[in-house]
Design a protein around this ligand. Sequence first.
Ligand SMILES: CC(C)(COP(=O)(O)OP(=O)(O)OC[C@H]1O[C@@H](n2cnc3c(N)ncnc32)[C@H](O)[C@@H]1OP(=O)(O)O)[C@@H](O)C(=O)NCCC(=O)NCCS
Length: 177
Amino acid sequence: MTARLMLRPFETSDVDMLHDIWTDPDVRRYLCDGVIISRDRAMGVVRSHFASVSSFGVGYWGIHTLEIRRMIGFCGFRFINSTPQIEMMYGLLPRYWGRGIATESLRAALDYVWRSTSFKCVWGRAGAPNEKSIALMQRLKMQFVASTPKLAFYVIERPLPPDRAGCLQENRSEGVP
Ligand SMILES: CC(C)(COP(=O)(O)OP(=O)(O)OC[C@H]1O[C@@H](n2cnc3c(N)ncnc32)[C@H](O)[C@@H]1OP(=O)(O)O)[C@@H](O)C(=O)NCCC(=O)NCCS
């Protein structure tokens, strides 16, 4: 729960709403390379979420507004190809863009990763012209790592616990012990 939103892990019954979101022209342009995915493919993503949560503790949430109590988007994490690294995924129905909803959701999602899993960092990849996605990663204080003509890569690392942060500050002012 955040100030305006409820993040609820995907449920099987979410598949039709997710299919609507993932096939919206402005969402699928970057999320699915413009492809209109089938309902079966959407169901496959929901199933992969169940497997990922049970094995690794990370998956996806539907984003629901507390005001209208319906799903307006999604966010969460998936493994990058067959690496042990995870990346953020997200999308909102376009009429909900421009209100800080994705930022609020992903702050809560990242907070969950730091509190409840042992992943050391989270990656973000955005299609080079996906300015809104890049602006979102910058708002989340992710670090730019590299870009190719097609993709920009960002990363955010697990924040240091307050006691360690204190040590680093001391070391900086007093030199390495
Ligand atoms: C990526 C995406 C979620 C970003 O949506 P967004 O609305 O730009 O992001 P936010 O919800 O964080 O809103 C930020 C905007 O709201 C404004 N805003 C208003 N209130 C705000 C608040 N309380 N906090 C932060 N921003 C706020 C910001 O100024 C910003 O406006 P701007 O775009 O004019 O600069 C959306 O473009 C999308 O769904 N794209 C399609 C799917 C996609 O590309 N996914 C990424 C690939 S995984």
